[in-house]
Each structure stands twice: as C-alpha cells, then as structure tokens.
Write a protein that binds this ligand. Structure first.
Ligand code: NAD
Ligand code: USQ
Length: 398
C-alpha cells in the first residue's frame, strides 16, 4: 500500500513509518518539524540523541534497503501543497499524528492555547478537506486520545467511541440511539481531540470518508524492533515537564536519582500502551479499514490501566527511587477509577504487551545510557492549569 504518515518525525509517527516500510509498504513522511522547534523554544531536548530527519532516512535506507520519502509541509497552513501531494502520491491510507500533543504545553498561556487550537483543528480539517477535493478514496487513520472521554466513568466500562442511550418520548415510550460518547476534555489539547471527533463524524456522514479514530492511552517505552536496529534510528524520548509523559518520566527520574514526581495524591488512574503495541495497533487498524458506508470506526488503543501511585511504587521497588508528592499543577480529580473496553483490537489480533519489570528495566537502561543528556532543571512541571500570580508574572516577562 502507499501510505502518508503525517507527523512521521515524532515519537509515535517515526516508529510507525519504519514499521510500515519494513513490512513492504511505500511510505511518505510529512512533517513540518514543529516538535523539534518547540524543543528549541523550551530549551529542552529529547533524552535520546535523535538525528535530523535526513540522517534518519539515510540510515533507514542503509539498514533496510527501503526508501522513505519526506516532505516538509505545514499541513495546518499549506493546504494546496497538501492537496497536490494527495493528487501526485495517490496514497491508499493516511495516518494523522501531526498535532501539538502535550496537554501542559497547551495550558501555558494564550500563545500556546491559540497555537494548539489553530494547529490541531486546521491540520485535521485540511487533511479531510483535501481528501474530499482530491475525490480519492483514502482511508484516514487518526491518533486521538483516551482523554476525549474524561477519566470519570461512574463505574461503567468506557465503550469504543459510541454510547447506547434510551431517550424518553412524550408518549411514555423510549427510543434507543447510539451517540458519540460525551466529550469531557481536561486540557486545551484534549479539547482539540474532542473537536477532531466531530470533524470525523461530519466528513463521514456528509462525504462518506472512511475514517478510523484511535483513542490512544499514554504511550510509554522508546524503542521498537525497527528503531533499535541502528543508533541513528533512535526514537525521541521526552522527559521534560511539558512533553514528558508520566511513566517515561518516572523511569528517567529513577535513572538520574531524582525523586519520582507524583502530582497530587497519585490517585489518578490512566490508560497505557507500550510504543511497540502502538505501532502494531496502527498496522492492524490499517489492515481492517472501514467499508464504504460504514460510520467512523473508533478503537480504544490501550492495553492496561494503572493508578499513578501504584506505578510510582513499582518503579521505586525496581530502582530504589524515592517518591515526591508535588502540588498538582493540573485541574483534575484527585482520584478516579478507569475501566476501558479494548475489544476491537483484541478481536483483530492484538496480543497486548503489558507492563513487565523487564520492559521497564529496558527503558531505565536507555535512560542510564543517556543520563548525561538530562537537564535536571527541566524535570519540574512548567505549566499550570490555573496560573497563580507568580506564573502570570513569569509569562508576562517573556
Ligand atoms: P510528537 O509531538 O512527538 O509528534 C507529532 C509530530 O507532528 C511532530 O513531529 C511534529 O513536528 C508534527 N506536526 C505537528 N503539527 C504539524 C503540522 N501542522 N504540519 C506538519 N507536521 C506537524 O507527538 P507524538 O507523541 O508522536 O503523538 C502523535 C499523535 O499521537 C498526536 O496526535 C497525539 O495526540 C497522539 N497521542 C500521543 C500519545 C503519547 O503518549 N505520546 C498518547 C495518545 C495519543
Ligand atoms: N503526572 C504525574 N507526574 C508527572 C507527570 C504527570 O503525576 O511527572 C500525572 C498527571 O497529573 C496526569 C497523568 O500523570 O494525571 C498523566 O499525565 P501525562 O503527562 O502522562 O499524560 P497526558 O497529559 O494525559 O497526555 C499524554 C500525551 C497525550 C495523550 C494522552 C493520552 O501527552 O498526547 O493524548 O497522554 S490520555 O492520558 O489517555 O488522554
């Protein structure tokens, strides 16, 4: 198949592009390198020494014999370049990772709020709109988030996208209906993902676009079978207070002797998936596209849920790290239960990789290997959901 990976220079997109190329697909990466520019802006860097995209692709050709094409396009702004690409390249599927994905970054100040909304909504709308204009039958796979549901579930299992409801009629009877599960975003970033879901709903209903929306949990780990083949293929590993996600942060913190940064009580429960499974899920979903006329397929792309304090205790037992409870910079429930259905992926062949000590040790080993690249000043959280006076003054001074 011919596939475009939008956002293919990023943490999830890069190993996905390599995996699909290794499986014999023809792959084109489209990325405007904005994530690398945000590192420069934040004066942070990936823990791992990621190579410039040109070097990455050269290394891949050398290692695998396969060529991956690259185009630097800002898909939120350069609509006609995007449309021309669809017409010239004629992809069968496109995979959409190209959004600003950090909740803390999206909550920093009006600049980041506006950037996240403009970038994410225009990127999604432009892809969908260009597919309509190209008149091509292209399967769209989008990386969404578990956070569209919120994390409070009144004890029920979160279904895969749709909720069956009964509506009372005036005559005393009731009608059944399936609706999109009510959106409950917890950050500006998560809000853009709930709005993406409405774009998909509409473009599917009106133009018949074939769309799969993957509601992914927190991705952890760093290497996959393909990124591990050569050091020049190494994947991004964020650990800073804005882009680092919780389990990867705990593992880096333990490697550099920093206490584990548990926000609030650590009673929050979240869904997780290992990077290798993330890549596998996208491959599986691509091999099982919606048929013409199907509604949007929504899959929960996660393999397990964990309470954060339990994760911190696990990492602490494994590595001897101490735990610090930090005042929570976010506005979120102190604790929540989370039960999630992931039947769709299990039914099409996912054999989940779950949190095992040896996998966590692998990540700690990577963190230890590159620990001299860690800037300890970047570990504390940098963004607050409700800024206090001191934070407001800091932003105003910038
Ligand atoms: P990332 O920031 O590492 O990668 C995103 C890539 O998209 C970057 O390389 C960036 O330069 C590119 N990009 C952003 N805007 C663009 C634009 N306008 N035009 C072209 N390229 C653009 O993020 P990631 O962790 O790889 O996440 C990828 C997707 O998966 C995101 O949409 C995110 O919401 C979703 N997701 C990620 C996680 C996670 O834990 N990392 C979990 C759930 C869902
Ligand atoms: N947290 C800590 N300590 C830390 C960092 C985070 O206790 O050092 C807590 C947060 O308060 C939160 C939880 O860990 O309760 C998760 O935070 P996170 O930064 O790991 O994840 P989140 O902000 O939700 O975002 C990440 C990705 C995002 C993706 C989302 C999937 O950055 O792109 O959409 O995970 S999900 O969480 O399932 O919505």
């Amino acid at each position: 198949m011919k596939i475009i990976v939008f956002g293919g220079d990023g943490f999830c997109g890069w190993p996905c592009a390599l995996n699909l190329s290794a499986k014999g697909h023809e792959v084109c990466i489209v990325d405007n390198l904005s994530r690398r520019n945000i590192d420069t802006e934040l004066e942070c860097d990936s823990l791992t020494p990621i190579q410039p995209i040109g070097k990455r692709l050269e290394a891949w050709k050398e290692v695998s014999g396969q060529t991956i094409r690259f185009m630097n396009i800002n898909i939120a702004e350069e609509y006609h370049r995007l449309l021309n690409l669809l017409n010239d390249y004629e992809p069968d599927s496109v995979i959409h990772y190209a959004e600003q994905r950090a909740a803390p970054y999206s909550m920093k100040s009006s600049k980041e709020r506006r950037y996240t909304v403009n970038n994410n909504l225009n990127a999604t709308n432009n892809i969908l709109s260009a597919i309509v204009e190209s008149e091509r039958d292209i399967h769209v796979l989008h990386l969404g988030t578990m956070g569209v549901y919120g994390y409070g579930t009144v004890g029920a299992v979160i279904p895969e996208g749709y909720l069956r409801i009964n509506i009372a009629n005036p005559d005393g009877e009731s009608s059944e209906k399936e609706i999109l599960y009510p959106a409950d975003p917890g950050s500006i970033y998560h809000m853009t993902k709930t709005q993406d879901a409405l774009f998909f709903y509409f473009y599917n209903k009106n133009y018949g676009l074939r769309i799969t929306d993957l509601h992914q949990g927190i991705v952890w780990g760093t290497d996959t079978d393909q990124t591990g083949r050569d050091e020049r293929l190494i994947n991004r590993f964020d650990y800073d207070g804005d882009y680092g996600t919780v389990l990867n942060r705990f593992l880096v913190e333990s490697a550099v002797g920093h206490p584990l940064t548990v926000y609030g009580t650590g009673g929050q429960t979240r869904a997780f998936i290992h990077i290798q499974d993330s890549v596998r899920c996208v491959e599986l979903a691509m091999a099982h596209p919606p048929k013409k006329g199907d509604r949007v397929h929504i899959y929960n792309q996660m393999t397990e849920t964990h309470r954060l304090i339990d994760l911190a205790n696990k990492v602490s037992e494994l590595t001897g790290a101490t735990i610090d409870f930090i005042e929570n910079p976010r506005k979120e429930a102190e604790k929540n239960e989370l039960k999630v259905s992931n039947e769709c992926f299990l039914n099409i062949g996912l054999d989940p990789i779950t949190l095992k000590d040896n996998l966590m040790v692998e990540v700690v080993d990577v963190a230890r290997r590159y620990k001299n690249r860690v800037d300890l000043s970047k570990i504390p959280p940098q963004s607050q959901w409700v800024p206090n006076k001191e934070t407001k003054e800091k932003v105003a001074a910038c």
